[in-house]
Design a binder for this molecule. Structure first.
Ligand code: AOS
Ligand code: ZN
Ligand code: ZN
Length: 434
């Protein structure tokens, strides 16, 4: 049985069989929550439609086992080509109908034949999300080095190389139907005094301006920020303020990208989200979770309440009729060191949808009234009433109606997907990427 065949069959028969087995249990749980929400004045059908519409992109580098700087314990059956990566995302999408986009990293995943790759993705009902440039590594045939920076480098020739690479990434993306470029700049320093902060910022701005010029009119540029790593004294784009400054100076196609792991401990990320959406500058979002830094753990595994509070601001920003913020691009950006990457991605999508759905349940009018009355107790009651609602049956119902599985992980395991992938691709496979 080929993998593609398995994935296609999933859509039709295997999912139905799985859902049939879980039907009665699911139905009683769904009726219970649907009744309660209806009594509370919610429009359950509207909520289900919103849950179904939320699609979260899977990055091409998240399909294999990640690693740390100490080691990488690769799992079996990892995708060895872009085609296999698309098949993996296609499988996820068939199981949950919520991961209908793939985000490519160039040069790790340059399509040899863009047309063929595009139509392969279409077979799996996938589109191409933002394309990601990479100036944090030197490529084998690269004459100049990014060791001391790329878009901010003191040497104009290195900056030129990094600019050309980004323009090249845009071209690859255009062939695939992508509409955004994500720039994550590793540039920074390890020691005080190593760099002139102002010059580094100015050079980065000038480089980004050149890339921006090459950006098609219907594209967006997402600028990611990160306080440290791989350099540990300073980074050129250290925080949302720096990202916002760059995006504002570049123009209306440039936006900030919030990666959950790119904040120092205890940063109030929900407040950052609120401010950026107020300014219409939140373009993209990278989901993961962290205990300490950019840990890239499964989103929702460490701080689910924070995720809910962030979604509370996102939903407010998205549903406000006066909002000037375009719909953000959602992507999972995590590293899978311990879990099966595909299971981890299924869990991630579920966690995102849980937080989103709970945020949809927040009674905005009552919350606003409590805030205006400075009633902190009531504000907490309202938020936690939504957060403590078990919305899992709603998400399962939205999936069921979309033709997906009631319980993705159970289906994945019952079908022995990983075992089949190992049979097909081998036990010792290493996926390109992190
Ligand atoms: C790096 O820390 C950033 O989160 C990037 O968005 C991403 O993980 C990287 O580009 C993958 O190579
Ligand atoms: Zn990221
Ligand atoms: Zn990161």
């Amino acid at each position: 049985m080929t993998y593609k065949f398995l994935s296609m069959k999933l859509d039709k028969q295997l999912i139905q069989d799985h859902n049939k087995k879980l039907h009665d249990k699911h139905q009683s749980g769904f009726s219970f929550i649907a009744d309660r929400l209806t009594t509370e004045g919610h429009d359950v059908e509207r909520i289900l439609a919103k849950i179904a519409a939320l699609q979260i992109a899977i990055p091409s580098w998240a399909l294999g086992t990640g690693g740390t700087r100490f080691s990488r314990f690769s799992g079996g059956g990892e995708p060895g080509s872009l085609e296999e990566k698309i098949a993996d995302v296609g499988l996820l999408h068939a199981i949950n109908r919520s991961s209908g986009a793939i985000s490519l990293h160039i040069p790790w995943d340059i399509p040899k034949d863009a047309k063929a790759i595009k139509s392969l993705a279409k077979e799996y009902d996938l589109v191409f999300d933002a394309v990601n440039s990479n100036t944090f590594q030197d490529q084998a045939d690269q004459e100049l080095s990014y060791k001391y920076g790329s878009l901010s480098h003191s040497d104009k020739a290195v900056r030129k190389l990094a600019i050309e690479h980004n323009v090249d990434v845009i071209k690859h993306g255009e062939l695939l139907g992508s509409k955004a470029l994500t720039v994550w700049l590793a540039d920074g320093t390890c020691f005080p005094g190593q760099q002139n902060f102002r010059k580094a910022f100015q050079r980065t701005l000038e480089s980004l301006k050149e890339i921006y010029t090459a950006l098609p009119d219907d594209w967006q540029m997402f600028i990611e920020y990160k306080p440290y790593e791989p350099y540990f004294y300073s980074t050129v784009i250290q925080d949302w303020g720096t990202s916002h400054l760059l995006a504002s100076k570049l123009g209306k196609k440039a936006y900030c990208l919030v990666d959950l792991g790119h904040h120092l401990p205890n940063t109030n990320i929900e407040q950052i989200v609120a401010t950026l959406m107020m300014e219409g500058k939140l373009g993209g979002f990278h989901f993961n979770d962290s205990k300490y830094g950019d840990d890239d753990l499964t989103v929702g595994s460490i701080k689910p309440y924070q995720l809910f509070l962030i979604f509370n601001e996102l939903v407010y920003g998205m549903e406000d009729p006066a909002s000037i913020n375009p719909p953000p691009a959602w992507m999972i950006d995590a590293s899978h060191n311990v879990k099966d990457p595909l299971e981890d991605l299924l869990q991630s999508v579920e966690a995102i949808k849980l937080a989103y759905t709970q945020a949809l349940l927040v009674n905005k009018e009552e919350l606003e009234a409590a805030r205006e009355n400075n009633d902190a107790t009531q504000a907490q009651e309202i938020l936690q009433h939504a957060y403590r609602t078990d919305v899992r049956p709603l998400i399962a119902e939205a999936r069921r109606r979309a033709g997906a599985a009631l319980h993705p992980i159970t289906l994945f395991r019952n079908l022995n997907v990983r075992k089949q992938l190992i049979q097909e691709r081998g036990l010792k496979t290493v996926s390109t990427g992190l």
